[in-house]
Design a protein around this ligand. Structure first.
Ligand SMILES: Cc1cc2nc3c(=O)[nH]c(=O)nc-3n(C[C@H](O)[C@H](O)[C@H](O)COP(=O)(O)OP(=O)(O)OC[C@H]3O[C@@H](n4cnc5c(N)ncnc54)[C@H](O)[C@@H]3O)c2cc1C
Length: 118
């Protein structure tokens, strides 16, 4: 028997889930991954991270974690924080870019983001 008390929510999780499900379903397409174009030719430079001068090569890590989060953008960072709050101790965040923060922390966006946060 658990002595934990369910938190009182000021929103209806089912209604919220339904709302996001409707939005998600609108974006699902029959062509799946085929809708995306490979970044090649004139635009291949978009694959490179323009904010890193020297690419650091590191050896592979071999360890066991409870949760791996792929992508250290806003969503990944938030997932990591929430997982930690939920009691998950061992989390590995894997980011392919030169730093964490994703689109949000790129210099071109810094002024835009900071202007919204101040
Ligand atoms: C021009 C622009 C302006 C915006 N302005 C605002 C704004 O003013 N306010 C606002 O709230 N939102 C704004 N947004 C939206 C906001 O930036 C995004 O909603 C948010 O950054 C999405 O976060 P995310 O973590 O889902 O994705 P991202 O920020 O894209 O993070 C994904 C991360 O995953 C990494 N990744 C991808 N694939 C792999 C892989 N295979 N292995 C490892 N790492 C991987 C990427 O390098 C990236 O760091 C803007 C977006 C753009 C493009």
């Amino acid at each position: 028997m658990s002595d934990q008390v369910a938190p009182v929510l000021d929103f209806d999780p089912e209604a919220l889930r339904k709302k996001y499900r409707i939005d998600r379903d609108k974006r699902l397409r029959d062509d799946g991954n085929e809708q995306y174009q490979e970044v090649t030719g004139d635009f291949v430079y978009y694959v490179d991270d323009p904010y890193v001068e020297t690419v650091v090569q590191r050896g592979a890590l071999f360890n066991e974690v409870e949760v791996t989060v792929i992508g250290g953008g806003f969503g990944g960072l938030l997932a990591g924080a929430r997982l930690r709050q939920a009691g998950v101790k061992s989390i590995r965040l894997i980011e392919k870019g030169s730093d964490f923060g994703g689109r949000f922390l790129r210099p071109a966006l810094t002024s835009l983001v900071s202007s919204q946060l101040t």
